[in-house]
Design a protein. Structure first.
Length: 384
């Protein structure tokens, strides 16, 4: 039997991707930002730039090793303490990315004898964590907590599964659909069925809740929040930086330090990242006007784009997916918008089931820019 040459196989795979209009390239950015996750504009905030110039770490710029060897720093510990105080947790652990936070956390607490219940549209980092852990995976329909409860009941009725550890994991704001689960109902299910809960607050942090603390502070009281075992956040979205952080109990943090592989075996973030993050967190906490304006403009755009005739999801946030009929349609529309000076990207399968333009609002966007964008959408719709 002839073995197909490796690069020939890869070439055919790429050709198949291109034929489906799913080919991706690494493009630099230009135009008005309607696609990033820099929701509060802190990545280019002048105050953060000025604070960055005050960094004076004489020993080293790089971290040189993992945190358990020589890569730990006072800056990391200070930021973890500040973050814990802000989100009202007993402990927090910084890791290198939000992806590592989700995948590493799930792998650390689950094993083949664990059942993990996941919203079907959870981020790839969550799905990969379940896969790596070898846990039994059960997907419930997107935002359908009745379906989740039915799966929990079925598990408890099974002699084979009733005594296994149960974990439920969900995003609090879904990155590609912009919608949110009923967290209070989820906490009621947690109390009734006794599962461990992981909430990914990556896209809600900074824009929702008191001082931007996230959706758990928008929907839940302090006792309910304390009952959540793990909350996952990122430094790479509203904080405008890079990295991930897990809020948990002191016991939970100690456990992750000892068993979480991406933490143990990765070179640490360099000290200037947590140094900036502590200041960025302070800025974020005071940006109530920016939060109000960003969500207000998103709400205005959502109403107007629907009136023009475009379909969207049930988004209630700064993330508004404009659904397209096909991958080709999404690419063509994105190209028109980019040519007009708006950085909007096409999101296609397999990342999402339905091709779309994922439009995300941030604090730097102006009303006249939204009006101009809507005018272009109107022209595109009228030309078809």
């Amino acid at each position: 039997m002839k073995v197909e040459p490796f690069w020939e196989k890869i070439s055919k795979e790429l050709l198949s991707i291109k034929n489906k209009n799913r080919f991706r390239e690494t493009k630099t950015y230009s135009g008005i930002d309607f696609c990033s996750n820099d929701y509060l504009g802190l990545a280019s905030n002048p105050k953060l730039w000025e604070y960055a110039e005050s960094f004076n770490y004489i020993d080293r710029i790089g971290s040189t090793a993992s945190r358990l060897v020589r890569g730990n720093s006072e800056e990391l510990l200070e930021f973890e303490s500040s973050f814990s105080n802000f989100v009202e947790s007993d402990g927090s652990l910084v890791v290198n990315t939000g992806y590592a936070a989700n995948s590493g956390l799930i792998d650390a607490i689950a094993n083949p004898q664990t059942i993990v219940f996941s919203d079907r549209l959870n981020h790839a980092s969550i799905l990969d964590g379940i896969r790596i852990s070898g846990a039994i995976k059960k997907y419930y329909n997107h935002l359908d907590l009745n379906h989740l409860e039915a799966l929990l009941q079925k598990t408890l009725a099974s002699e084979k599964e009733k005594d296994k550890l149960r974990i439920v994991v969900t995003e609090t704001l879904f990155s590609m659909d912009g919608d949110i689960p009923d967290l209070r109902r989820l906490l009621q299910l947690k109390k009734r069925y006794g599962f461990v809960l992981i909430l990914d607050e990556a896209h809600s942090f900074g824009l929702f809740g008191n001082r931007g603390k996230g959706l758990v502070f928008d929907q839940l009281d302090s006792e309910e929040i304390k009952s959540i075992e793990y909350r996952v956040y990122t430094l790479g979205k509203s904080l405008g930086l890079f990295g991930g952080i897990i809020a948990t109990s002191k016991l939970g943090r100690d456990h992750l330090v000892n068993v979480m592989r991406p933490f143990i075996f990765s070179t640490s973030l360099p000290p200037f990242i947590p140094y900036l993050a502590t200041f960025s967190l302070e800025l974020l906490s005071k940006m109530d006007l920016e939060r109000k304006n960003t969500l207000g403009l998103a709400s205005f755009f959502r109403k107007q784009i629907n009136e023009i005739g475009y379909k969207t999801t049930d988004s209630v946030s700064q993330i508004i997916p404009v659904l397209m009929d096909s991958e080709a349609d999404a690419l063509a529309t994105a190209e028109i918008l980019q040519s007009k000076g708006f950085d909007i990207r096409a999101i296609r399968p397999p990342t999402v089931e339905t091709a779309r333009l994922r439009i995300s609002f941030n604090a730097k966007i102006k009303t006249n820019q939204v009006d101009e964008l809507l005018g272009i959408f109107r022209q595109i719709k009228e030309s078809h």
